[in-house]
Design a protein around this ligand. Structure first.
Ligand SMILES: [Zn+2]
Length: 244
C-alpha cells in the first residue's frame, strides 16, 4: 500500500510525493479523490458513479476521464470500470489526506463545529503546501478519526461491520447505540443531523421503523424522524448503558 508506515520524515515524504512535474488542477484532484473514495467505500467506479458523486454531467465526466487517462492518472477498462494508476492513487490519497488534516485542524485547533468543517476542507485542501501539510501531520498525526468519525479514506460497510459498526437504518429497535461516524459528503445532511441532535459519539436509539423505512429516533435533543436515505448514512455501534 502506498500509505503504509514510511521511514522518511513527514516533510521529506511530502516533498518526494509532490515531485510531480506539472501542477494538478483542482478539478483533477476532485475527480481523483472521488474515484479513490468510492473505491475505498467498496463501490465499483464507472462514469455514472462520478457524475453522481461530483454532481456533474455525463459529458463532463467523459471529458475529465479523457484528460486523466492522457496525463497518466487513470485508466478505463473495456467494461467501463475506472481505475487509478499509481500516480493517480498517490495524488488522490494526498488530496484526501489534506482534506482530513484540514478538518481536524479546524475542529481541534480552531473549535469549528463538526458539521461545518467538511465544506471548508473541500476548498482548502487544494491550497495546502507540502510544508504546511507536514506541520499538520506532526501536530495532529494521521491515524485518528476526523470530526465525522472517519479516517483519511472511507471504509466499506463490510469492513465497518467487522469493527461492530453498522448503519442506523439496520439497527434493532430500543437498543442503546452510539454514533460512530457520519457520511460526510453532503453538507446539508450534516446540518440536518446536527439539528436533530445527532453527532459523532452521541447516544441514539431507534424507537420505530415504518414500512416505508422512516425511523423515529431518540437523541439527546429529543425525538426526531429520519428518512431511510439519511439513516443509511449514519453509522452506529452498540453502546453500553441507557440513553439519558
Ligand atoms: Zn470528515
Amino acid at each position: 500500500m502506498i500509505y503504509a508506515t514510511h521511514p522518511l520524515s513527514p516533510l521529506q515524504r511530502l516533498q518526494s510525493e509532490c515531485a510531480v512535474k506539472a501542477p494538478i488542477t483542482i478539478s483533477k484532484e476532485d475527480y481523483l479523490k472521488a474515484i479513490l473514495e468510492a473505491q475505498s467505500e467498496g463501490q465499483t467506479v464507472i462514469s455514472s458513479t462520478l457524475a453522481h458523486w461530483l454532481g456533474v454531467s455525463a459529458p463532463a465526466v467523459t471529458m475529465a476521464l479523457r484528460r486523466l487517462k492522457r496525463d497518466g492518472y487513470a485508466a478505463v477498462k473495456a467494461s467501463g470500470v475506472v481505475c487509478l494508476t499509481r500516480k493517480g492513487r498517490q495524488t488522490a490519497y494526498r488530496t484526501a489526506r489534506r482534506h482530513y488534516l484540514i478538518e481536524r485542524m479546524l475542529s481541534e485547533i480552531f473549535g469549528m463545529p463538526w458539521y461545518r468543517v467538511h465544506d471548508e476542507a473541500e476548498r482548502l485542501e487544494h491550497a495546502v503546501s507540502p510544508a504546511f501539510e507536514a506541520s499538520l501531520i506532526e501536530r495532529l498525526g494521521e491515524t485518528g478519526a476526523c470530526p465525522h468519525g472517519n479516517f483519511v479514506l472511507p471504509e466499506s460497510p463490510a469492513r465497518m461491520r467487522k469493527r461492530g459498526i453498522f448503519s442506523l437504518f439496520e439497527a434493532d429497535l430500543n437498543t442503546p447505540l452510539q454514533v460512530a461516524s457520519l457520511h460526510e459528503r453532503d453538507p446539508e445532511l450534516l446540518l440536518l443531523l446536527h439539528q436533530k441532535g445527532l453527532a459523532p459519539h452521541a447516544p441514539v436509539q431507534v424507537r420505530t421503523r415504518s414500512l416505508k423505512g422512516t425511523l423515529s429516533i431518540e437523541t439527546p435533543s429529543g425525538t426526531a424522524t429520519l428518512l431511510r436515505p439519511a439513516a443509511e448514512k449514519i453509522y452506529v455501534r452498540r453502546a453500553p448503558g441507557k440513553l439519558t
